[in-house]
Design a binder for this molecule. Structure first.
Ligand code: FAD
Length: 439
């Protein structure tokens, strides 16, 4: 199991394969589904109602860029997302089968549709299978609706000790007891120099591979020196990869305060991510892990119904989702051995789960609304991937998926975020190789 987990982040072949399938197949599919379907465009979460459980809320970001535009007027939402409608569903009713057949056309096989997530009680604590605290999904709870498209993840100016403290809490407050080396194991490595305009994977194959490996080894060394088990390494990689992905986005959509224009900031990217090969490798590791979870969903999707518009349920969204799941299964290297996890130490599973739940609670300490929105969404996305990988059986055809609607939205948007990171990393390396092309 150990080598399997490491393979996906260390093998330059896998990085090349991910780079190729991402740019040629999954990037366009993911960008399309998160931008053009109502189901994946809107998210409901408890953005303001949960105080930071670990320290008092100081250091809130007052920048305009930190603010979130919430949807206060439900008339601006597709009907299916409105409280009245959610309330109807959560009361246990089903969509009339005639309406559904109209919406699904020839594809419709279901006689009625239950939206499982809306039947799930909103619990203050995570449920036994959850890897995060559930978001508010009820129509009349404290949650707010947001359009993810209208609130893009980008540079907000949320910097300094408060932001650092949240990351530190994520890395250190969640240390497994016998390991004090969770945080900041990576060290700056050499600059990438030989990626002459080639895609990242190719560049890695040809020259930077060794550097990626060296950086990864350094990070691993710190963990290995503690004789760290694979489960803890995976936990660290997940957090570090998420952190690196968030950093990549804010560097890619950075606000130049002098010109007032948004655009990539190569120096900042190198400072935060590019000079740390293990952080790049962890982004790819997360991509592989989330892809594997999405691929596993392909059988479940037959029974999962999406709704995207006033007409009800939309087979088109399901088709798009299926294409992504099939492509993730067919083309993304699948070395992550979920079954190997917790085999030797089953008791670690509960520890792993509860610590990931803790990470989701720390997100409420983030002092910037926009960062909190995307932080919470991505933690929920990873938690959903873990739930799918560790809790759902493989022979899943016909079984109840037991996923909340918001978990599905978070999962696919997190996949999209990773996909965007992978293409941004590739772009930054090209910029590095061609400094003359930077305006
Ligand atoms: P930080 O990114 O705060 O990192 C702190 C320390 O962690 C670093 O000094 C380094 O030692 C270590 N470290 C950094 N990256 C990694 C890694 N990948 N793996 C392991 N260790 C690492 N800002 C925005 O502009 N837009 C956003 O959308 C946004 N979202 C955020 C979401 C969350 C949940 C949080 C906590 C912060 C967010 N921020 C966002 C702030 C941003 O992440 C940084 O905290 C901020 O830019 C300051 O960066 P920094 O260079 O001081 O180091």
């Amino acid at each position: 199991a150990a080598s399997h987990v490491e393979d996906i982040s260390e093998s330059s072949y896998d990085i090349l394969a991910i780079d190729t399938v991402n740019s040629q197949k999954l990037r366009p599919l993911l960008a399309d589904i998160v931008t053009n379907t109502d189901f994946f465009k809107y998210y409901r979460l408890d953005l303001y109602g949960r105080p930071c459980p670990f320290w008092s809320d100081e250091g809130m970001c007052g920048n305009r860029a930190c603010a979130v535009d919430t949807i206060d007027d439900e008339d601006h939402l597709p009907e299916i997302w409105r409280s009245e409608y959610l309330g109807r569903l959560s009361a246990g009713s089903t969509i009339e089968s005639d309406d559904l057949d109209d919406a699904l056309g020839d594809e419709a096989e279901e006689s009625c549709v239950r939206d499982n997530d809306l039947h799930a009680p909103v619990l203050p604590q995570s449920r036994p299978m959850d890897y995060c605290t559930p978001e508010d999904v009820s129509g009349d709870g404290p949650g707010v609706y947001v359009s993810l498209v209208n609130n893009p993840e980008r540079y907000t100016g949320y910097v300094g000790p408060h932001a650092n403290k949240v990351w530190e809490a994520i890395y250190t407050e969640n240390c497994f007891p016998d390991n004090s080396q969770w945080s900041y194991v990576s060290q700056p490595s050499h600059q990438f120099t030989s990626a002459v305009g080639r895609p990242l994977g190719q560049a890695l194959m040809e020259g930077n591979k060794q550097r990626i490996r060296e950086g990864g080894e350094r990070g691993r060394h710190a963990l290995n020196s503690e004789n760290t088990c694979i489960e803890k390494k995976v936990f660290y990689k997940l957090i570090s990869g998420m952190h690196a992905s968030i950093s990549t986005h804010l560097c890619n959509e950075f606000l130049d305060t002098e010109t007032g224009e948004w655009g990539p900031n190569l120096d900042l990217f190198m400072e935060k991510v590019g000079n740390f090969p293990d952080r790049i490798a962890n982004v790819y590791f997360n991509y592989g892990l989330v892809a594997k979870a999405v691929a596993k969903l392909r059988h479940y999707l037959e029974d999962f119904t999406f709704c995207t518009n006033a007409q009800g349920y939309d087979a088109d969204t399901r088709r798009k989702m299926l294409r992504i799941a099939v492509e993730a299964d067919r083309s993304v290297p699948n070395h992550f051995d979920a079954k190997g996890m917790f085999r030797d130490q089953p008791e670690l599973k509960e520890e792993f789960r509860s610590r990931f739940v803790n990470v989701s609670r720390i997100m409420d300490c983030t002092g910037c609304d926009k960062c909190r929105l995307w932080g919470k969404l991505q933690v929920t996305g990873y938690a959903t991937a873990l739930k799918i990988l560790f809790e759902l059986p493989d022979d899943c055809t016909g079984q109840n998926i037991q996923l909340q609607r918001m978990e599905m939205v978070a999962l696919i948007n997190t996949f999209d975020r990773l996909s965007k990171s992978v293409s941004s990393i590739s772009m930054f390396l090209k910029m590095l190789a061609h400094p003359e092309s930077i305006p």
